[in-house]
Design a protein around this ligand. Structure first.
Ligand SMILES: [Fe+2]
Length: 167
């Protein structure tokens, strides 16, 4: 897992909801990685939305819009979950990139290459979220586990829909 480099701005106040502090910290690090990765993926999906060309332009342009809007709202909930369990949410683009398992793409690729990369990214996200669910379950935090479980299916579906456009 990438090291978190977050500065402590918000003072940590006691959280007594039945999950040990060391477990909440570990979970917050996992969530930071998920939030950072989702943020980087959000930016990538926007890049595809803007730059897609070819016969599937309209469907891919619309599909990517739905996908980045979903990533945006889901990430808000997951970042706020970090706060609810007592730690700071990541802030700043470089922090996101540093903690992300999704590689930032600055090169303009062909539409097919961009879609293939997004399929792989969604698959990576599904795997990461599975790890997150296991971690949340292991520290008895069903709220976080449920939140992350719902996201696995969304990424699997996004990967399928994007992959289907390549056929
Ligand atoms: Fe747009």
């Amino acid at each position: 897992m990438a090291e978190s480099n977050m500065q402590s701005v918000a003072q940590e106040l006691p959280v007594e909801t039945g999950v040990e502090r060391k477990d909440r910290r570990k979970l917050s690090e996992m969530l930071t990685q998920i939030v950072a990765s989702t943020h980087v993926l959000y930016g990538k999906v926007r890049g595809v939305h803007w730059n897609v060309v070819g016969p599937s332009f309209y469907s891919l342009h619309k599909m990517t819009e739905e996908q980045y809007e979903d990533l945006h709202s889901a990430n808000d909930d997951m970042a706020e979950r970090i706060r609810a369990i007592g730690f700071n949410a990541p802030t700043g683009l470089s922090t996101m990139i540093k903690n992300s398992i999704i590689t930032d793409e600055t090169e303009l690729l062909s539409t097919e290459e961009m879609i293939r990369e997004l399929v792989e990214d969604h698959e990576k996200m599904a795997k990461l979220l599975r790890e997150g669910v296991n971690e949340a379950d292991s520290v008895d935090d069903p709220t976080t586990a449920d939140m992350l479980t719902a996201r696995i299916g969304v990424h699997e579906e996004a990967a399928w829909m994007l992959r289907a456009t390549l056929a």
